[in-house]
Design a protein around this ligand. Structure first.
Ligand SMILES: NC(=O)c1ccc[n+]([C@@H]2O[C@H](COP(=O)([O-])OP(=O)(O)OC[C@H]3O[C@@H](n4cnc5c(N)ncnc54)[C@H](O)[C@@H]3O)[C@@H](O)[C@H]2O)c1
Length: 335
């Protein structure tokens, strides 16, 4: 921590999510963006200039004792290496999902973080979304009794380019990892069985890239609660993020968020805005709140709410889902 009471930070990755995190931590009263690190120099320079930070190489940022924390928002295949190096340098770590595409390597990162005794938070921002968090709070308060069935709907407006899909690790690790985290968070238990299926209706490019565009996953927890996750890489009406929990005493639903609440009524129809366009807009508040939580935890010496173990467990479910789909059968598991 600096003598101004702020924690100096290096951000890795100046792409879509790195820019969001850099903006949020530049606004945070207890953080100071010191370095931006990106192998693509123009991206690093533009983001650093926007926030009055310096551009640095990874070695330089990690060797600087003034840097107390790193925020890793670089491409997925860099996460594990940067977690290991940051932990070895004694830095607190915020890392985007997934920890890695390989479960063993992700577990090794979790071990290294524990050995180094550093904080490591994984960016499961949906837990910080005000609507989702309010549902969880009311569920925990017992408003609908014991949760029995969770239904998660997660649909993107349009599929990413084939080049992205080819390197994404597949839809279960790239996209559903968030939904697996919702499953663990909302039902508060681990899976004992998982069945995943999927296809590419109408999206041959996704199929040609060896991935799925549409999936349906069913999970069961140790105490018998059920979960159905349905996802699609394409929804003509936009980004669709909802879930509902059926409990012994009722139902809690968490729905989409719209840019405005204006509704137009006429003789033919009633129209409102579509949901927020995509994740950067839909989870704007959640991205700010998770970064706030990370720095509050560091300043107060408190535990973070989404740990590297949560990252590993969601990845384990994604790995099992991939296997279940490939083998065409349900799998028993103990996560
Ligand atoms: N939590 C979420 O909602 C969410 C949303 C988007 C992306 N993500 C995750 O964030 C990560 C980045 O995604 P994105 O959409 O911002 O990608 P992006 O392609 O827009 O940005 C990635 C950046 O990382 C840089 N980079 C690559 N190797 C690097 C290295 N060794 N050191 C430093 N920088 C390096 C690239 O040059 C690029 O600028 C991915 O792991 C993705 O899964 C999470």
């Amino acid at each position: 921590m600096t003598d101004t009471g702020r924690i100096d930070v290096a951000v890795f990755g100046a792409g879509r999510i790195g820019a969001i995190h850099a903006g949020n931590l530049a606004r945070h009263p207890r953080a100071r963006l010191r370095y931006v690190v990106d192998v693509h120099a123009p991206a690093a320079e533009a983001l650093a200039a926007r926030h009055g930070a310096a551009v640095a190489a990874a070695e330089e940022a990690l060797a600087d004792p003034a840097v107390g924390a790193v925020v890793i928002g670089s491409s997925t295949d860099t996460h594990a290496d940067l977690i290991l190096r940051s932990a070895a340098a004694g830095k607190a770590i915020f890392c985007e999902k997934p920890v890695d595409l390989d479960v063993e390597r992700a577990r090794a990162c979790a071990e290294a973080v524990k050995r180094a005794g550093v904080t490591c938070m994984i960016g499961f921002q949906r837990r910080f979304d005000p609507t989702f968090a309010a549902l969880k709070q009311r569920l925990d308060a017992g408003e609908i009794g014991k949760p029995e069935l969770l239904v998660v709907t997660s649909r993107d407006p349009a599929p990413p380019p084939a080049s992205y899909i080819a390197r994404s690790g597949g839809v279960f690790k790239d996209m559903l990892i968030h939904d697996f985290d919702i499953f663990r968070w909302i039902l508060g238990g681990e899976a004992v069985s998982i069945h995943a299926t999927g296809g590419c209706p109408g999206l041959p490019d996704v199929e040609a890239a060896g991935d799925l565009s549409h999936t349906a996953v069913t999970l069961r927890t140790r105490d018998g609660a059920l979960c159905q996750i349905n996802t699609s890489r394409r929804a003509a009406y936009g980004y669709d993020q909802r879930f509902e929990v059926l409990g012994s005493g009722g139902l809690l639903q968490a729905g989409n968020v719209r840019p405005t609440e204006v509704v137009a009524w006429d003789a033919h129809s009633i129209r409102s805005d579509k949901p927020e366009a995509f994740f950067l807009e839909r989870y704007r508040a959640a991205y700010a709140l998770e970064i706030e939580h990370f720095f509050d935890a560091l300043v107060n010496g408190a535990a973070v709410r989404t740990t590297i173990d949560d990252g590993v467990k969601a990845l384990e479910l994604a790995e099992l889902a991939t296997r279940s789909w490939r083998e065409g059968k349900a799998l028993e598991c103990s996560i």
